[in-house]
Ligand binder design. Structure first.
Ligand SMILES: Cc1cc2nc3c(=O)[nH]c(=O)nc-3n(C[C@H](O)[C@H](O)[C@H](O)COP(=O)(O)OP(=O)(O)OC[C@H]3O[C@@H](n4cnc5c(N)ncnc54)[C@H](O)[C@@H]3O)c2cc1C
Ligand code: FES
Length: 283
């Protein structure tokens, strides 16, 4: 028996959706920062997705995904009531959360959903959480209402200025850090160039900076080496040593080049899926 999709909500038409999945055992243990690896069917590849929220009483977890290729497109073709063959988790180390004062949580694109769970954890630990969220335009902003529900400050940046600051989240962060010397940690989740830029901004302020790496993963349990990354000159496996690391120590250049290593195969696989290829090929 698989994992039933109890709710599906399209957040950005054709691009980003939220699924609430019946997974009581995972919901019981899930912590901010954890992720799952799911497989849609017997031939499916293993897809890592962050746990954006959980409801222990209802026994559910929430995931939010951006359709970028074959597996996420296939996931997006599922509906409420359908089942996902397997969902493995919670995986990865949970976010280190303690009462420490003001924490700024920066989220970009789909990363806002993942950041939401961490921001909630910091809020529940008694921290003053400042959320800084960004997207290309207002319609692409995710989870703003949810963050408004518990964050005393939600600062918004859009590339086109349709809402909030016109420009990048890093500009809003820079200003906030200049005005407020009490910030104890900055957490950033989003596209790799955004996390890299956040680490650059925080460096002169000497503020602890945590980033969540989305390295390519296969097994998710430290055996295959696919998620290898370099942090502080040492080799780490993002799935078991992370996915969160000190942003000042991550080799972002290596991370970016490793994320692109299967581009050719990924494009072929997506073309095949779009053209209605059979289930036994094109993975
Ligand atoms: C810990 C972790 C948490 C993640 N959380 C989320 C999330 O909450 N929401 C979300 O939309 N995405 C998340 N991702 C990225 C997501 O796993 C990829 O977008 C997805 O696997 C792409 O698969 P695809 O077949 O649709 O695309 P493909 O065409 O196969 O790949 C498109 C791009 O996605 C990345 N990718 C492909 N396969 C993997 C893989 N096995 N592991 C990681 N990245 C891959 C590569 O950069 C690749 O170039 C997360 C990744 C990691 C490692
Ligand atoms: S995904 Fe295999 S070692 Fe991390």
């Amino acid at each position: 028996m698989g994992y039933k999709i109890l709710q599906k909500k399209e957040l950005i038409p054709g691009q980003t959706s939220l699924l609430v999945i019946d997974a009581p055992q995972i919901a019981k243990k899930a912590q901010p920062g954890n992720f799952v690896i799911l497989r849609i069917d017997e031939q499916g590849e293993r897809v890592p997705l962050t746990i954006a929220d959980k409801d222990r009483e209802a026994g559910t977890i929430t995931i939010v995904y951006l359709v970028v290729g074959k597996s996420t497109a296939q996931l997006n073709d599922l509906s409420e009531g359908d089942e996902i063959l397997d969902v493995c988790g919670p995986l990865g180390k949970a976010t280190h959360i303690e009462k420490q004062g003001t924490v700024i949580c920066v989220g970009g694109g789909t990363g806002i959903a993942a950041m939401h769970h961490i921001a909630k954890g910091h809020h529940e630990a008694g921290n003053h959480v400042v959320a800084i969220i960004g997207a290309r335009t207002e319609d692409l902003l995710l989870f703003q209402c949810e963050l408004d529900g518990f964050c005393p400050e939600v600062l918004v940046a859009t590339d086109d200025g349709s809402v909030g600051h016109k420009g990048f989240v890093t500009e809003v962060l820079q200003k906030r850090l200049e005005e407020d010397k009490t910030v104890s940690e900055v957490v950033a989740i989003g596209p790799v160039p955004m996390m890299e830029a956040v680490a650059k901004v925080t460096k002169p302020f000497g503020v602890k900076t945590t980033v969540s790496l989305n390295s390519i993963m296969v097994d998710g349990i430290g055996m295959c080496g696919a998620c290898r990354c370099t942090v502080g000159g040492e080799t780490k496996f993002a799935c078991v040593d992370g996915p969160e690391f000190d942003g000042q120590k991550v080799d972002f250049g290596e991370l970016k080049s490793r994320l692109w290593q299967f581009r050719g195969q990924e494009e072929k696989s997506m073309d095949h899926y779009k053209n209605g290829g059979c289930r036994c090929h094109g993975h």
